[in-house]
Design a protein around this ligand. Structure first.
Ligand code: GDP
Ligand code: MG
Length: 781
């Protein structure tokens, strides 16, 4: 039978892994190898994907992929036996004096040499938390597989001559997604002086798989055994001395979030890098392991390719195992002779024959066999941890068959309600009043002081009206980010991906796309970057092209401004309507893309579901502060400049005389050329056109420009009908993302796609706005 046919709650032992290429390698790397026991936990509410549990962690798989995995159902009695074998004696655990110190050969690197470290580990193992502890930086931490998508560098506190790079999380050194390639290339090509391998101790089997490959890199490694607080808190422990001896590298138990053990980690890391103490052991295959076929094969290939690997600067042992696995990138880099290629093939074939497994599975199996040996010698598994019991309970509702979707919709609804109607709106009113009062005070002071009229107009009508109106939206933006970060930090977004996968697949996306799309409600720039976690180029491109349909927070001021002026009674309704409209049009476009541009199937959806965790106050506060800072910076740079330029252009004519009526100003003349394009939408007023153009710089400046050009809201209600206002709202919802977003799209997809997004969004926006204004006219609004 296949995994797909295994009923919920039952366990099977893997007998064969189908599929091919990178996908299959990914299954193997995730621990799905012949002999592994897999338990089916539950199906997503829509029946696909399925959540399974293996080696003590939870994975999601699509049914199509589950059908490729052959299993044999095992009885509970078989498993009991294994469980008792695992129970081992007490260990002291966290804080144990276990240290690994062969002192340096007395030949340290020169003083001025910068010690570069790569921070490598599985997704969600706490890399960013540790990075922040090491460097004092404030990178964003999230409880979703793949939050760190860009590499970041920083020096360790107290060691100015060091540089640590936080790399994207990876499960293996076989490149599967583009970010895995980033991490692998960093280690292979930039040759850091040391690797800090962060291992999630609550999930040690899965994490050590990567460790084993890192040890092959021939670079000094220290293992940071993270989350020890959770392990010891639940009665587990790790024998640090033994695990160090078995792995041949220093292992330091830490808790990154509680800053325990980090000082010791730094000490060891700096030491091994300084003295270039390589791992004592790279040879994990064993003669006793299933007749030693894999062992003989690896060693034979190792010798076969040694000269080639050394010549191109690849670590030999690593290159050997990759060559056997059939990693094409490595094989072509090795530049083997025809004879050698044939020999390689023959050796591997012989191994397959003797071992009874294909080459990739055999290598993965060898690694896991060693890991099992290490774990049974050193690890006392915690009782089922409080965290995972809690997660399972919560998941019964949040991913339950009948509850998952309603809860998701409710959660999003509550977030929008609180942001727009309660918390955000209330804070906004407060701030608005404050800014208004300040403006009055300054205005009166300037009048009574007899300040020059032009200068007063610049300060009051330009800067205060413009920047002030944008500033008052700070609370809404921050509130929105606050809720998004709660969702992400708690681990809920990963569940949403699981629940929504089937639906998104109908659009040709994968469950993982939900993350960039949800982040898109905050800001398109990080959303575009978050798409890097998508393993397939096709999914990634499509997700990026769809993020602009998710209305970002910077557009909120526009909505609020027009809703207040035109539809005050239907505030929440219109707001939500806009968001929904954006999503609906996005869905239509996705269908179009799927049919025309991006044919073919979405790639497998193999994702770990992290335990729910309490979002840390510090972490959330940090994020909010960043976002607020970004917003303020933008208000006082781009938007300030934009308002001043707009003020200038509308105050003077081409002879630099002050105009009585701004209709004669430079701005009116310039915008006049484009006005005809907007006339069919009912937006044929040069001031509106100008403000929309300024929105390309930053969406907030649409409002600031309107304020400068119209004065208060009264002015604008005189110019526009409600139908025109509606069409303007729809246009702002859909038209080109701001410069910053376009720039990030260019970084991800290249110049052509960036131009495409600008043109395409404007076209869609224009068409949709036309439709709205036509409907409005028919209804006589
Ligand atoms: P990354 O994806 O590897 O960069 O992991 P993050 O640094 O984003 O952390 C993932 C999650 O693990 C976050 O929710 C952290 O708060 C949590 N975390 C990190 N270190 C520890 C730790 O030592 N103990 C516990 N209990 N949680 C931790
Ligand atoms: Mg991270």
């Amino acid at each position: 039978m296949t995994l797909k046919d295994l009923p919920v709650g039952n366990t099977g032992s893997v007998t064969a892994v189908g599929g091919e290429g990178a996908t299959r390698q990914h299954f193997l790397d995730m621990g799905i190898i012949p002999g592994t026991e897999i338990t089916v936990v539950k199906y997503a509410p829509m029946g696909d994907p399925v959540e399974v549990c293996l080696h003590g962690y939870e994975l999601t798989l699509r049914l199509d992929d589950a059908a490729k995995i052959e299993v044999k159902e095992t009885s509970a009695a078989d498993r009991k036996k294994q469980h008792t074998a695992e129970a081992i004696s007490e260990h002291t655990g966290l804080g144990e004096g276990g240290r690994f110190h062969p002192k340096g050969s007395g030949d340290p690197l020169p003083e001025n040499e910068i010690l570069t470290f790569a921070l490598v580990g599985n997704q969600n193992s706490g890399k960013t938390t540790l990075f922040n502890q090491l460097t004092g930086a404030r990178q964003h931490v999230g409880n979703f597989p793949g939050v760190t998508v860009d590499r970041k560098d920083g020096a360790i506190i107290g060691h100015p001559n060091t540089s640590v790079t936080d790399l994207p999380g990876i499960y293996s050194m076989s490149p599967y997604s583009s970010e895995e390639l980033v991490s692998r290339n960093f280690v292979l090509n930039e040759k850091p002086k040391g690797i800090i391998n962060i291992v999630d101790a609550t999930n040690i089997e899965r994490n050590l798989y990567l460790t084993m490959q890192l040890l092959e890199m021939d670079i000094p490694v220290v293992v940071a055994l993270n989350m020890m607080d959770e392990v010891t808190g639940n009665g587990g422990s790790v024998d640090i001395n033994t695990i160090e001896a078995m792995l041949g590298v220093p292992v330091i138990p830490i808790s990154a979030s509680k800053n325990q053990g980090v000082a010791e980690l730094i000490e060891h890391a700096v030491h091994v890098a300084k003295y270039q103490e390589k791992p004592l052991r790279q040879d994990f295959c064993s003669e006793e392991d299933n007749g030693g076929a894999v062992h003989r094969c690896i060693h034979a290939v190792r010798h076969l390719i040694e000269d080639h690997a050394t010549a191109v600067g690849l670590p030999v042992r690593f290159a050997a195992s990759k060559a056997i696995e059939g990693d094409n990138l490595i094989i072509s880099q090795l530049d083997l002779d025809e004879n050698e290629k044939e020999t390689l093939d023959h050796i591997s074939m012989q191994m397959e024959k003797e071992r009874g497994l294909d080459r990739s599975a055999a290598i993965a199996d060898m690694r896991f066999a060693f890991i099992m040996k290490v774990c049974s010698a050193c690890v006392k598994k915690p009782e089922e941890s409080k965290e995972s019991v809690r997660s399972r309970k919560i998941d019964r509702f949040l991913t339950g068959k009948y509850t998952a979707l309603p809860i998701f919709i409710c959660v999003m609804g509550i977030i929008f309600f609180l942001t727009f109607n309660v918390i955000g709106a209330w804070l906004q009113e407060l701030l608005e009043k404050g800014i208004g009062a300040l403006t009055d005070v300054i205005n009166n002071a300037m009048i009574s002081g007899g300040v020059n009229e032009v200068l007063r107009s610049l300060v009051i009508n330009g800067i205060f009206e413009g920047v002030g109106s944008v500033l008052s939206f700070l609370p809404i933006v921050v509130t929105m980010f606050f809720f998004l970060s709660l969702l992400e930090d708690s681990g809920y977004i990963a569940r949403v991906a699981f629940v929504m996968d089937k639906l998104l697949r109908k659009l040709g996306l994968s469950g993982r796309s939900i993350v960039p799309l949800l982040i898109g409600f905050g800001c398109t720039v990080p959303a575009v970057m978050a798409s890097r976690t998508l393993p397939s180029e096709r999914d990634r491109k499509m997700t990026i092209l769809l993020t602009p349909f998710m209305s970002c927070t910077a557009k909120l001021p526009i909505y609020a401004f027009f809703v207040d002026a035109f539809f005050p009674k239907y505030k929440a309704l219109v707001m939500i309507g806009l968001y929904v409209l954006g999503i609906l049009i996005g869905i239509l476009v996705a269908f179009l893309y799927k049919k025309i541009m991006f044919k073919g199937e979405a790639v497998p959806f193999v994702m770990e579901l992290p335990n729910y965790r309490m979002p840390s106050v510090k972490n959330v506060a940090q994020l909010l502060w960043e976002k607020a800072k970004d917003f303020l910076q933008k208000a006082f740079s781009i938007i300030l400049v934009a308002t001043v330029v707009v003020w200038f252009l509308q105050t003077f004519d081409f002879h630099f005389n002050i105009v009585e009526n701004s209709q004669n100003s430079m701005l009116a003349v310039i915008s006049g050329f484009i006005v005809p394009v907007f006339a069919p939408l009912g937006l044929g007023d040069w001031r509106i056109v100008t403000s929309l153009i300024s929105g390309f710089m930053a969406k907030e400046s649409v409002v600031s420009t309107l304020e400068v050009l119209f004065g208060a809201q009264g002015g604008i209600s005189a110019v526009l009908s409600s139908a025109a206002a509606a069409s303007l709202l729809v246009f702002s919802l859909l038209y080109t993302p701001c410069v910053a977003a376009v720039a990030s799209i260019r970084r991800e997809l290249g110049f052509k796609w960036a131009v495409y997004v600008v043109v395409w969004q404007c076209l869609i926006a224009w068409t949709a706005a036309l439709a709205v204004s036509l409907i409005g006219m028919l209804l006589g609004a």
